[in-house]
Design a protein around this ligand. Structure first.
Ligand code: CA
Ligand code: CA
Length: 316
């Protein structure tokens, strides 16, 4: 029993010595004595502290650098038109005639005809990336492309619809007519029709447009497939994405999941679900317990360890 008493004292001394170590730990993060980068999150540890770069930044914590999400031209940050890198994040923008979808990445056609009939005097026809005005029978479209002029039956001039110009009719000094096209279009070989190019309304393409001899050819961002109309892009089904672009999408998905969790879990709301101390970190909330308590496997609850420990010692 003398040996038991000795063991008993040793355990008690060891226990209080260890407790003292915890009590005297300085929290460099709250004291502001850490040397974490301005774009890092400081996390206190029992004997020191850790620096973790914030989401959207890379580095070891003492130095953090913005991640250029737009760097990969092929993935383009997941943006179907333009990707703009900003500190700690990125933003997608769309070409004229398009608007950003709710997912912040896809671009959708704006239906200009919904607003004041697109400014057209008579008929407005919405197209992908643009719109055009048309006139009723007996009228032709004026040079401003919005108002309609009544057709006259006089000779070969621009007031006569028989000039045959698809877009703009100009009267030449010699008395004839010469056709011109609106910006972004090219005059066809017959000198009357106008060929669409990618410079106008994105060539009628929802995502990418390439000029070819036969006119614009549409393409889609890698997460989308071209619709049979040759213009619209539709989201590929999950299985198709996983098999063809597994790496790019899985990285994006993980990124999304992390962001979602960060948005949901914060110490500001319900103390992050923590029993006692809550700290926001790069990977979510981190709960901790005061001396004499241990964090339970759920990562949230604290259970008194002091009484339990003393009971064990005494029972020895
Ligand atoms: Ca960035
Ligand atoms: Ca449109």
């Amino acid at each position: 029993s003398a040996r038991f008493t000795l063991n008993h004292s040793l355990y008690v001394m060891l226990f209080f010595f260890l407790s003292m170590l915890y009590v005297t730990d300085a929290d460099e993060c709250t004291e502001g004595t850490d040397d974490c980068h301005i774009d890092a999150i400081c996390q206190n540890t029992p004997k020191s502290y850790k620096c973790i770069c914030k989401p959207g930044y890379k580095g070891e914590g003492k130095q953090c650098e913005d991640i250029d999400e737009c760097e990969n031209d092929f993935y383009n940050g997941g943006c179907v038109h333009e990707c703009i890198n900003i500190p700690g994040n990125y933003r997608c923008t769309c070409y004229d005639g398009f608007m950003l979808a709710h997912d912040g990445h896809n671009c959708l056609d704006v239906d200009e005809c919904l607003d004041n009939n697109g400014g057209c005097q008579q008929i407005c026809v919405n197209t992908m990336g643009s719109y055009e005005c048309q006139c009723k029978e007996g009228f032709f479209l004026s040079d401003n492309q919005h108002t309609c002029i009544h057709r006259s039956n006089e000779g070969m001039n621009c007031m006569n619809k028989d000039h045959g110009c698809a877009h703009i009719c100009r009267e030449t000094p010699k008395g004839g007519v010469a056709c011109e096209c609106r910006p972004g279009f090219e005059l066809a070989k017959n000198q009357k029709d106008c060929k669409l190019t990618c410079n106008y309304g994105n060539g009628g393409c929802q995502h990418t447009c390439d000029d070819t001899d036969t006119g614009p050819v549409c393409g889609c961002h890698q997460k989308y497939a071209l619709h049979s109309d040759g213009r619209t892009c539709i989201e590929k089904d999950e299985a198709a994405i996983e098999s063809s672009e597994f790496n790019a999408t899985s990285v994006a998905d993980v990124d999304k999941r992390v962001k979602r969790r960060l948005l949901m879990e914060t110490c500001a709301v319900n103390n992050g679900g923590c029993d006692r101390t809550c700290k926001d970190t790069a990977t979510g909330v981190r709960c901790s317990c005061p001396v004499g308590f241990t964090l339970q496997p759920d990562g949230k609850t604290c259970k008194g360890q002091l009484l339990f420990a003393l009971q064990c010692i005494i029972s020895l």
